[in-house]
Design a protein around this ligand. Structure first.
Ligand code: UDX
Length: 445
């Protein structure tokens, strides 16, 4: 099949590339000429394992190409994926300006029946707005062309995006049209070889499913973080509690790891958006508001523990931070708990030495230049360099190389033997035996 994917951000690029990998001919469109030129030369602007090689192979074989011209891309395709950003507005609502601008442009170039697919995460009711925007353009052109709008939300996780796309748990297709449903069925048939994973439903149901999935996962995380806070105060080890509740199949082990809060491009934005959606229809989102509040507080928990240990004024102290990305497997710093921690530490007068296996370039580009100029933040070449003469080590992202460190070497490098473990990676007993003071999240310290 011939497809157009509009937006070459995370979701768009993975979607386009994976459909090309399945034998479709895909044209990816982006308004940024520099990005299109880069992608055309096989340079990938994001870090995602496996994506690089897949883009290069499919481009070489002519199944994947990049352009700035939607009109040109649309000339030979029948399915148009909208995969542009839906950032948060100041009030938490999703900013739909890019989605609706793309819809209008589709309306300006549509010449025969087509299926317009919302891949971006959008509030309930967006497909109707997309339909109206396209219809408006068709009317002003004085033409009458049939089209359908489908909601097909994406559930990919950064760092595992290719696998999530190629081997999905489920494929959600929200559509009120048999014709569009059949086209989507054919498109996704290769992903359903051993069993059909597609769930067909109404457009609004599909839009809500995406928000509900992310809100549920965020709720699980905020729940266990709240329990961990209680464990800290009641001399209970949350690790035993996690295993104890996870063994109940109704609860399960996933997404109940306590830590220093969830980050990334989805959970924080989507929880805010669903809260806003509830408020806009005068429904009190009591639970989701608490999920959001717990997470805001959780991202400050590490600094709070540092302050309880060292006092409110951190000047004269240096901290070694392991991990900057919002989670392992990505260089993404969006809403990262590490960035919140750096603001708090540096704001309280501390100096920071930091290391991340992948996000160093992103950190150099995105963190405040003043931090580097004033020597408040030093990015180190190696995880152990980040511990030279520090008053404590703070683990923020649970990258694998941090799991079994050489505690003996660390002890020699650090000025004070103190570890704050923001992801409960270490056994308190082992760390204490190695001569360290240890504080985890809810770990009976
Ligand atoms: C998420 C969803 O998982 C995905 O389905 C959706 O399409 C986009 O949002 P992603 O943001 O890539 O994906 O990351 P995910 O692996 O879900 O982690 C999100 C955050 O939750 C990370 O900051 C992670 O550290 C945190 N987390 C996750 C916890 O704190 N505890 C857990 O038990 C699990």
């Amino acid at each position: 099949m011939n497809l157009t994917v509009i937006g070459t951000g995370y979701v768009g690029l993975v979607t386009g590339t994976c459909f090309a990998e399945m034998g479709n001919t895909v044209t990816c469109v982006d308004t940024d000429p520099a990005k299109v030129a880069q992608l055309g030369q096989g340079q990938i602007p994001i870090f995602e394992p496996g994506l690089d090689a897949m883009v290069k192979n499919n481009s070489k074989d002519g199944r994947l190409r990049f352009t700035t011209s939607l009109a040109e891309a649309m000339a030979d395709s029948q399915i148009y994926f909208i995969a542009v950003g839906t950032p948060s507005n100041g009030d938490g609502s999703a900013d739909l300006r890019q989605v609706l601008a793309v819809a209008r442009e589709i309306g300006r170039h549509l010449n025969a029946y087509g299926v317009v697919v919302d891949k971006s995460t959008v509030p309930v009711g967006t497909a109707e707005k997309v339909r109206e925007a396209i219809q408006g353009e068709l009317q002003s052109r004085g033409v009458n062309i049939d089209f359908d709008v489908v909601s097909n939300p994406e559930f990919l996780k950064e760092g595992a995006a290719i696998d999530d796309f190629m081997r999905p748990d489920r494929i959600i297709v929200g559509s009120d049209s048999d014709r569009a449903r059949e086209i989507m069925r054919q498109l996704y048939a290769p992903f359903n070889m051993n069993r059909d994973r597609t769930l067909y439903m109404g457009v609004r149901d599909a839009e809500m499913t995406k928000y509900a999935a992310n809100a549920m996962l965020a709720t699980k995380i905020s729940f266990i973080n709240e329990i961990a806070g209680l464990c800290d105060r009641l001399d209970v080890d949350v690790e035993n509690v996690r295993l104890g509740i996870g063994s109940d199949a109704r609860i399960g082990y996933s997404f109940i790891y306590p830590g220093c809060g969830y980050g990334g491009s989805c959970f924080p934005k989507d929880v805010k958006a669903i809260i806003h959606l509830a408020e806009s229809c005068r429904f009190e989102p009591r639970l989701l508001r608490s999920v959001e509040e717990r997470n805001q507080a959780q991202r400050r928990v590490l600094c709070q523990k540092v302050r309880e240990r060292f006092g409110d004024d951190l000047s004269g102290l240096t901290f070694g931070v392991w991990g900057l990305a919002f989670k392992p497997g990505t260089d993404d710093l969006r809403e990262a708990p590490a960035v919140v921690l750096l603001h708090e530490l540096i704001g309280a007068g501390a100096k920071v030495r930091a290391y991340d296996p992948v996000a160093m370039d992103a950190a150099r580009r995105q963190l405040p230049a003043a931090w580097f100029d004033n020597g408040d933040l030093v990015l180190c070449e190696h995880q152990y360099h980040a511990l030279q003469d520090v008053d404590a080590m703070i683990l923020v992202t649970e990258w694998k190389p941090f799991r079994t460190p050489d505690f003996h070497a660390m002890r020699k490098l650090m000025k004070q033997p103190v570890i704050f473990d923001g992801r409960n990676q270490y056994e308190p007993q082992t760390v204490k035996q190695a001569g360290f003071e240890y504080q985890g999240i809810g770990r009976k310290s």
